[in-house]
Design a protein. Structure first.
Length: 178
């Protein structure tokens, strides 16, 4: 299995209560999607980024409820606050085949990371992260001259996105890269 087999859907923040429930920060704009899930996978960010799935664990969801900004879930085999505390900062994953069908101009953030960014035909950098500042998503780009810039991931600033080719073509340069 590889990173491409899984989608990151949440980050475990901390325990909730004493029975092993987990507070999860959803990495989706629609946390209601969690209601459809029967199972999830858990691993560390480091293991995920290094495609090391030897430590991945599969869990059945026993219960689920929502707070305004978090999902609270109880998983099988996690039965105490101590068990839950050990999982703080771990990722919640699902198999890609269980992901939501995306609409036009919708992308999984992990698929944008690693894309090369071009202005006209010139490479200007590579996406290393996606930030959500509330108003919109922003690409964090390491430029070809090793600077880090933030570029809005808005249709008006993007000509094209090709996930298969790992290529994003932007249409604004001045003010962002100078």
């Amino acid at each position: 299995m590889t990173k491409n087999n899984f989608l990151k859907i949440g980050i475990i923040k901390k325990p909730h209560g004493i029975k092993g429930e987990l507070k999860v920060l959803p990495l989706t704009d629609n946390s209601g999607r969690y209601k459809k899930l029967k199972k999830v996978f858990i691993c560390t960010e480091q293991a995920f980024n290094q495609n090391d799935y030897s430590t991945i664990t599969e869990h059945t969801i026993k219960s689920l409820h929502f707070s305004p900004t978090e999902v609270v879930m109880l998983l099988d085999n996690i039965t105490s606050r101590n068990d839950a505390q050990k999982l703080a900062r771990y990722l919640i994953l699902i198999e890609r085949k269980d992901g939501e069908k995306l609409g036009e101009w919708e992308y999984y953030s992990q698929d944008l990371v690693g894309c090369e960014v071009y202005f006209k035909e010139q490479k200007v950098g590579t996406v290393f992260n996606l930030l959500n500042t509330g108003a919109n998503d922003n690409l964090e780009i390491e430029t070809t001259d090793n600077k880090e810039i933030v570029y809005p991931f808005l249709r008006e600033f993007i000509n094209s996105v090709d996930i298969e080719a790992k290529r994003i073509v932007i249409n604004e340069y001045e003010g962002f890269f100078d």
